[in-house]
Design a protein around this ligand. Sequence first.
Ligand SMILES: [Zn+2]
Ligand SMILES: [Zn+2]
Ligand SMILES: [Zn+2]
Length: 371
Amino acid sequence: MTAHDDNFPGMDGANQKIVREIRINPIVPSESVLVATARSLRPKKAEEPAPRDTRRHVETCPFCTGNESMTPPVIAAYPDEKNWEIRIVENLYPVLGDDRSNPNLTFGLQQTIDGYGRHEVMIDHDRHGIAVHEMSEPHLALLFGAYRDRMEQLYRSNKRLRYVLVFKNFGPAAGASIAHTHSQLIATPVIPDNVQAEVMNSRAFYHKNHHCIFCSLIDEALTFEATIYDRESGEIHRKINVGQYVIERGKKFIAIKPFASRYEWEVHILPLQHQGDFLRVSREDLADLAHVMRRSMARLDAVLGGAQYNYFLHSLPHDASCADCEASYHWHLEITPRTSIPTGFELGSGLFVNTVAPETAAEKLRAVQLD
Ligand SMILES: [Zn+2]
Ligand SMILES: [Zn+2]
Ligand SMILES: [Zn+2]
C-alpha cells in the first residue's frame, strides 16, 4: 500500500468522513495547515519510496568499516575507535566552518552573519543499509546518547554557538547523498527561526497560563474527550476519543500525531515529564526513548513501506534570550516522512495541505501489529 492511498482497507468507518478544515498549530499559530481529505482536492503528487539499500557492507562506501581512511579525521567513536558502532567525523563539504575570513557584513537592510559554525556527520551504525527500526534498542540508546554528548561538547567548545541542530535525512528526496545510514549535527551562532518561534510562543503561553503548552498537549492527547454536534441538525459532527492522537506510549516518552500536522505522516516524540533541554536526559530516559523511537519507526515503515523521511531534535537553545525558558519549552523529536512535494500554493501561501486526516493517520499507525 502506498502513502497516497487513502482508502485504507480494514479501517472502521468512523473516520472515513471527509475532513476539510484549516487547523492552527497551537504552538506556532502562524503555521496553519489545510486538512483536505477529499481525493479531488489533492494538489500534489506523492514521492516514490526510495529503493532501499539493505546491503550490510559496501566495498566503495566511505562510511563502511575498513574504509575509515576515506573520511575526514574521527572526532569521536562509540564504544571505541577500533570496534566502532557509531562514528563522528567532520563533514567533507561543510555548510559552515571555522574560518573567520568573512567578517559580518551589513549594507542597508542586507545583513549577513559570518558562516562560523560546525558541521559534523555521525555514522549511525556500522551496518551500511540498516533502517532505524531494525537497530537494537541498546544501539538506539547509544545513538541518542552520542547526540547528547556531542551537543554538549559543541556548546562548551565555543560560547558563540547558540544552537546545535541534530537531524537525519533518509532517502534522496529527503536530502541524503550517501546511502550509508547517518545523521548530521550543525552548530550555528544563530537560533533557527522555527525553534525561535516555538520557544517564544511557548514562553508567552507560560506567562499567561502558568504551564507548559507541550505538557498541555500531552495531557490532551491522553485524556481529551469531546463530541462536537452540528448546531442545526444536532447530528454528531466529530467525536474526539481518548488517546486519538497517541501512536506509542513508553514509561517516559510518548509519540503523538499532531492535530495540525503539516505532513501526512508526521509524528512527534516528547518526554512525558517536563524537560526543556535534551542535554538533561538520563541513561534510563535514553533506554525508553530508544524503545518508543524503534516502535514508532516500525509503525511508519509498516504503513509507508520505506518512505523517505527526515527527523530532527528541537531543544532549548543555549542563549541568554532563552535563559528563562526552561519551564516553558519542552524538547521533542519531529519525524517528517516525505510522502508529498510542496506545491506553489503551499510555498506561496505558507498554508500546507495535508490530505490524510491526522486522526486517520494515527489510527492506521496504531493498528500496526508489532511483536
Ligand atoms: Zn556503507
Ligand atoms: Zn512541558
Ligand atoms: Zn519543534
